[in-house]
Every structure is written in C-alpha cells, then in structure tokens.
Design a protein around this ligand. Structure first.
Ligand code: SAM
Length: 206
C-alpha cells in the first residue's frame, strides 16, 4: 500500500461511508443475519451496533491496519465478539461451511477479484446461509451509467480501487448466489453516480 491508501484513504472512507445517516440502511442490511458471520471489508467498523441480536460472532476481514485500529473503540463496545480473522476477501482462511452468514457493505465495489471473493464467501458459508449486502454499483439509468463509466478511472485512483460500474446483482448471480431480496434505489443526499444502491440478501445454494 502507498502512503495515500495506507494513511489517508481509511479516513476518507469514514467521511463518505460513515455518516450517521447511513445507520438506518446499515441496520436494514444486517437484519437478515444470525449466528456466526464473516464480514468482508470491515473497515472502521461502522456496522458494529447495527447487527441484530441474533448475530453471535463476527469474523472481520480487513486489509487496512489503520481502519482496524480506528475500529477499536467500536469493537471494544460491542456485546458481540468480533475478531480480525483475515486480510483478504479473495482468499479466506477458513474451512468450508464455517459460517451461518456473511456481510458486505460498500466493499464489493473495491475487492479487485470480485468473482474470487464471492466464490470464497460461497465456500465458507453453510448451504442455506445468507450473504447480506449494502452496495453501490452500476446505476439503472443509462445517462447515469455513462457518467459512471467516464469517471470510473478517477474513482478507482482516489477510492482505493473502488469501481462505480460493477453490476452487483449480476456479479452475485454469476458467482452462484441466489438473490432473495434486493431493494435498488438512489440514496438520499448523495449524487446518483455514487448512490445507486443495492440493499438485500442472497442465499448460498450449497
Ligand atoms: C469503502 S470501504 C467500506 C468499509 C465498511 N464495509 C463500511 O461499510 O464502512 C471498503 C473496504 O474494503 C476493504 N478492502 C479492500 N480490498 C479488500 C479485500 N481484498 N478483501 C477485503 N476487504 C478489502 C478496504 O480496506 C475498505 O475497508
């Protein structure tokens, strides 16, 4: 990681993704989960406090040491045990079928090999387990899509590899996840290229 990605980016992400206004969406995203879950791209821990009481433990996957350090107070305040269990969603250090569910918020845009990460999540989640997601992605409207394609290289450079143009439902389908619910909408107060949200969950067919 370079200086920007290492020292600055986690703070930028906190400003763009960490607002209190996101808590309602985060709570909705986490609601379908229960039992032991793996959370990819844990970041600074903004989902802590939004997990439902049915969640019993969280295995956090996060490459950034700074983000993990900045999550410390939230992790310490959680009544649900949370441990940093890995660094890369593309290669998870767990046996098959280790988890009851998985969570990703604003991370499927960033993981370089998304197909590998979604396959890994399928491998480590039990058959019938849920992958809950809250993600921005390719907008439904072609005019917004055109702008997203135009600025994607800049977004990638400033956003740690974040892509605006990933078709999240198509990626989930292609990786074999069965989408059960997906609410697609533009988030309030954020320009459309960055707020074409997908909020829902998919089931691991086994
Ligand atoms: C935009 S942030 C979202 C953080 C957090 N999920 C949230 O909702 O606030 C994307 C996160 O994905 C992490 N990330 C990047 N590459 C990753 C990878 N290969 N595996 C797991 N996480 C990754 C980044 O370090 C960053 O914390």
């Amino acid at each position: 990681m370079g200086f920007y990605d290492d020292r600055i980016l986690p703070r930028v992400i906190e400003v763009t993704c960490g607002g209190r206004g996101m808590d309602g969406l985060r709570r909705r995203a986490c609601a379908p989960l229960s039992g032991a879950i793996v959370e990819v791209g844990f970041g600074s821990g903004f989902n802590v406090g939004n997990y439902p009481p049915e969640v019993t433990s969280v295995a956090a996957i996060e490459p950034s040491d700074l983000a993990w350090r900045r999550a410390a107070a939230r992790v310490a305040s959680s009544s649900i045990p949370i441990e940093r269990a890995g660094l890369d969603g593309q290669r998870l250090p767990f046996d098959d079928h280790s988890f009851d569910g998985a969570l990703s918020t604003f991370t499927l845009c960033t993981i370089p090999d998304l197909s590998a990460a979604l396959s890994e999540l399928r491998r480590v989640v039990k058959p019938g387990g849920r992958l809950a997601f809250l993600e921005h992605g390719l907008a439904p409207s072609t005019s917004v899509q055109r702008f997203q394609h135009l600025i994607d290289p800049v977004e990638g450079a400033l956003g740690g590899g974040c892509r605006l143009t990933r078709d999240i439902p198509a990626e989930l389908d292609a990786a074999g996840w069965r989408i059960v619910e997906n609410d697609r909408f533009y988030g309030k107060g954020v320009p459309k290229p960055w707020s074409a949200f997908n909020l829902g969950y998919a089931v691991c067919p086994g």
